[in-house]
Design a binder for this molecule. Sequence first.
Ligand SMILES: Cc1cc2nc3c(=O)[nH]c(=O)nc-3n(C[C@H](O)[C@H](O)[C@H](O)COP(=O)(O)OP(=O)(O)OC[C@H]3O[C@@H](n4cnc5c(N)ncnc54)[C@H](O)[C@@H]3O)c2cc1C
Length: 357
Amino acid sequence: MAPHNIVINITPYLLLLMFSSLIAIAVSDDSFLECLSQDQTATNSSDIIFTQTDTEYSSVLQSTAINLRYSTSTTPKPFAIITPLTYSHVQSTILCAKKSNFQIRIRSGGHDYAGLSYTSHDQSPFVVLDLRELHSITIESGQNTSWVETGATVGELYYWVSQESQNLGFPAAICPTVGAGGHLSGGGFGAMVRKYGLAADQVIDARIVDANGRVLDRNSMGEDLFWAIRGGGGGSFGVVVAWKVNLVYVPEKVSVFSVSRTLEQGGSSLFNRWQYIGHNVSQDLFIRVIIQPTLNESGNRTVQVIFNSMFLGNVDKHVEMVTDSFPELGLQEQDCSEMSWIESILYFGNYPKGGKH
Ligand SMILES: Cc1cc2nc3c(=O)[nH]c(=O)nc-3n(C[C@H](O)[C@H](O)[C@H](O)COP(=O)(O)OP(=O)(O)OC[C@H]3O[C@@H](n4cnc5c(N)ncnc54)[C@H](O)[C@@H]3O)c2cc1C
């Protein structure tokens, strides 16, 4: 390609950069709040708008800022945090932010590894749209489906699904505190991934608010956008306010184990072996590996390889399947425990059995 072509091709980008800096200069703090105050549905704006002068601002901001690297005194902070109670609050936040040239960070559970839901990496003025108050969950009895608002955690969804039936579950994160908004937007996998795929694979409808403030469902957004929001990554295609998901069958009892081996106990060769069998076993069997530092019996530093497993069936069958496919692990019946699927969520999350959370 001739050099002059390159010059021609980058010109629009230079113009865009110049335009972006003009936008940054034109941000107006007061006009944003004034615009929001015109939303007649905002019964008491002090309950849903937190600016830097409000005493609750820091606690609201930090409450679900999970990566503490992005929660320091020098981390760029939002001009305001909006916690909508209704979809119309989401709509007006989007429209007012556009009008006042604020960027929007959307936050559901706040588990973004790069802090993208509560900070800015490019110094642009921004507001946080925090969906914590939109967290209702409706189980559609008899249909094995549920509408989940995106401010709910997947743990809340697991709980309400288990209350509906001992034979229903939902295949999403092992960590129950992740938000339904960001998690399903990016895929979402957990201990039932081999049987039922990603959480996003079970989404059958959604409600989003787009950049023009329109509330769309699957029908009105069209199949291309509906495809993109199920795995394309949060914060890219609009604000997802609710998902409709299929619930999946789980047996009344599942079997779990957690077996740990240090390097001295052959942990590395077991890890090597696991890579050859993990994907070949029954889809009812999930075995994951956690590798972490520890101290051995002599008090010296070593590496511990932990095999964590769930089987959608009883202990006898669990032991039989692991012994057939992975005899090197030496699994014994006493290594396994039978429990309900909802109890297995607490087991994998390292919550104490029967404890209050
Ligand atoms: C401790 C921990 C455990 C984890 N465990 C698992 C696991 O077991 N399995 C797994 O697959 N992943 C796991 N993850 C990754 C997690 O699923 C992703 O980080 C996910 O994006 C978090 O969603 P969130 O709503 O909690 O995060 P947020 O920080 O709120 O959002 C994440 C991203 O999605 C955007 N977003 C949030 N809500 C919406 C919305 N309603 N509409 C549009 N965009 C939105 C945000 O702007 C941001 O870009 C874990 C992460 C952590 C920190």
